[in-house]
Design a binder for this molecule. Sequence first.
Ligand SMILES: *[C@@H]1O[C@H](CO)[C@@H](O)[C@H](O)[C@H]1NC(C)=O
Ligand SMILES: *[C@@H]1O[C@H](CO)[C@@H](O)[C@H](O)[C@H]1NC(C)=O
Length: 165
Amino acid sequence: MASAREQMYLMAILLIFSPSKLTLSNAGAVTGQPIPPEWPHQFHAFMFMNESGILQKLDLWYDWPNGRNFNIIQNQLDHVVSYDLEWTNGTSFVYTLDPSDPTCKVVDFGVGILRPNWLDGATYLGQQHVDNFLCNVWAKVDFIVYYEEVLTRRPVRIHWSRDDI
Ligand SMILES: *[C@@H]1O[C@H](CO)[C@@H](O)[C@H](O)[C@H]1NC(C)=O
Ligand SMILES: *[C@@H]1O[C@H](CO)[C@@H](O)[C@H](O)[C@H]1NC(C)=O
């Protein structure tokens, strides 16, 4: 059963997401609007996340060919690192390796990891400055807003709000 958790994600995504691996699509031939990117099928990104006020640093290893997404999560001011290994069949293993208090739980989110082309069909919202980056902005369904730096095509921020995933 999918666990209900209120989510308001704000992810600032940094560097390591290598721009050279991005599919650089040109402006749409018909609309003249930028087309949302397809993600590289494997990448490493470093993110800062604000989940309804809980601040976390995430080391994210996305691996589509192997059907997994690995997050190494550090909460602000917490010495414990937790690991979240998400599989494309919807199962996640969430665990810590803290010798004094090792934990492990299996969570079924019902949905797998994001597909590389998950932004297909997103609505272009124009350009905005985010953290000093000039970004193209797209909305996907009604709860995800994606910001990508115009110059390098690196993701800069994802704003995610939903209460049932
Ligand atoms: C985190 O998000 C909350 C709203 O959910 C906001 O009030 C707070 O200012 C944010 N914190 C930072 C450091 O951005
Ligand atoms: C999902 O895949 C993982 C990795 O192969 C596996 O360990 C897990 O048991 C699978 N979950 C289900 C519900 O089949």
